[in-house]
Design a protein around this ligand. Structure first.
Ligand code: MV4
Length: 448
């Protein structure tokens, strides 16, 4: 096992990783920007190194600064959390070159999954269903237009380097295709440094359901069921749950076998997530693979009893998983609400001091947060204040627990998404499990 781990992140996920390290008996090093001097990840780590000024590019994304911090503190491994450097194949390579273990999959597989068009091909070859679509649009636009006509409109133009909904353009008619491809290419180039785009058939009705996998370096691969992530706004997830009210045990078994097979095919070793989109007929298609620990990982932890961050660390230190698919038992239902410092109507960030912060507690309630009374949500980073995660013996109980947990949460000084969560949890369609990715648009179109 590692003698020391550097946590290359901030906020609740840095604390989450520190929790796992403490339980494994591994000393930790925090890195922080000048804006995060008073942060809890700095307080709870065994050592802390300031790596730069507040802007992320100069601190949490600054590879030489992070690597130097690991070198001066003799950290053996780096956990990147989510966001920042977590899906940088280059960073994983630099770690390797410096003799530091990157806690995550290999740079090769990160790079493969980072190119959404390459990932799509690889997963198709590995036996996963994918939406009909094209290769990258290179040279002849006419060839792409012909393929789009074959696929049938509407289609969607996606940035190969995108993911998470960034750089997508829906195209309703052949006349709009050329313009949309141009715009998408330009947007992709300025946002990701690569203008590569590809086309897929657009599915207007979508449920977003993702499967969690764990794979070690000894050929053991298991899945941990799914997370339903259909409640989103502008591709930002708001609520996640496990199990999905849509997925039956038979369907879980079927897709579970497919994702395990696919992970094996690409020699995956770490925690990972395969994201699917379901249409109204129940057809499902692979969309992308996330090679990091995800924000919503706690719902899977609550229904499986596993600690995904500890598993990532154990796997990175080349330990065997030590249990198999049949040892994974799914128990009850878990739901997560992301509490952001945002206006619940406009989703504009609402940074500022939390003059009161009282997280909920009690049976079945977990709160992952780095906030405290007087904590300042600063505008440099994302506006997540806390994740409230509730477990119940079934979906009804986890939802009623979440409702009372939200009622017993006090956040003063900034606006939060709590009122929006309360509205969703009281919605008849939500309670019946009738959810899809445009669930919230109904309200914004018809007024809240
Ligand atoms: C799609 C799609 C429909 N058809 N692809 C968005 C995030 C990225 N991982 C994939 N995403 C989607 N890809 C095809 N061919 C729908 C989504 C999608 C979505 C679209 C509009 C509004 C909200 C959405 C939420 C999740 C996924």
């Amino acid at each position: 096992m590692f003698r020391k781990i550097l946590v290359a992140n901030r906020g609740e996920i840095a604390l989450r990783v520190i929790c796992a390290c403490k339980e494994l008996g591994i000393p930790t090093v925090a890195v922080y920007s000048q804006a995060d001097q008073n942060s809890l990840h700095v307080r709870f780590a065994d050592e802390a190194v300031c790596i730069g000024p507040p802007p992320s590019v100069e601190s949490y994304l600054n590879i030489p600064a992070v690597i130097s911090a690991a070198e001066v503190t003799n950290a053996e491994a780096i956990h990147p959390g989510y966001g920042f450097l977590s899906e940088s194949a280059y960073f994983a390579e630099v770690c390797e070159a410096c003799g530091i273990t990157f806690i995550g999959p290999s740079p090769e597989v990160i790079r493969m999954m980072g190119d959404k068009e390459v990932a799509r091909k690889a997963m198709k070859d590995a036996g996963l269903p994918v939406v009909p679509g094209t290769d990258k649009i290179k040279g002849s636009f006419n060839a792409a237009a012909r393929r789009a006509a074959e696929i049938g409109y509407p289609v969607i133009v996606k940035a190969a380097a995108g993911g998470g909904g960034k750089g997508m353009r829906i195209v309703e008619t052949p006349e709009e295709l050329s313009g949309a491809v141009d715009v998408a290419q330009n947007e992709a180039l300025s946002a990701f440094g690569s203008g590569d785009v590809y086309i897929e058939k657009y599915l207007p009705f979508a449920r977003h359901i993702e499967f969690q996998i764990l794979a070690d370096h000894h050929g053991n691969v298991i899945h941990l069921g799914e997370r339903e992530c259909s409640i989103q706004r502008r591709y930002q997830k708001l609520i996640e749950e496990s199990p999905s009210p849509y997925v039956t045990p038979a369907l879980r078994y079927e897709i579970g076998r497919l994702v395990v097979q696919a992970a094996r095919t690409v020699n995956y070793a770490s925690a990972g997530t395969m994201e699917f989109i379901f249409d109204e007929k129940g057809n499902y298609y692979f969309m992308e693979m996330n090679t990091r620990i995800q924000v919503e990982h706690p719902v899977t932890e609550l229904v499986t009893g596993l600690d995904l961050v500890k598993e990532q660390i154990r796997i990175a230190s080349r330990e065997e998983l030590g249990y198999g698919q049949n040892d994974v038992v799914f128990r009850g239902s878990a739901i997560e609400c992301r509490i952001n410092a945002e206006c619940p109507d406009t989703f504009f960030p609402s940074p500022g001091k939390l003059t009161t912060f009282h997280p909920p507690q009690g049976i079945g309630v977990r709160v992952d947060t780095a906030a405290y009374n007087e904590y300042v949500v600063n505008p440099y980073y994302d506006s997540l204040i806390a994740k409230i995660i509730c477990w119940g013996k079934n979906r009804e109980e986890s939802i009623s627990r979440m409702k009372r947990a939200l009622e017993m949460t006090v956040v003063e000084g900034v606006k939060t998404t709590i009122p929006l969560h309360q509205k969703i949890l009281n919605d008849e369609d939500f309670r019946a499990g009738r959810i899809e990715t445009r669930f919230l648009e109904r309200w914004t179109r018809n007024g809240p």
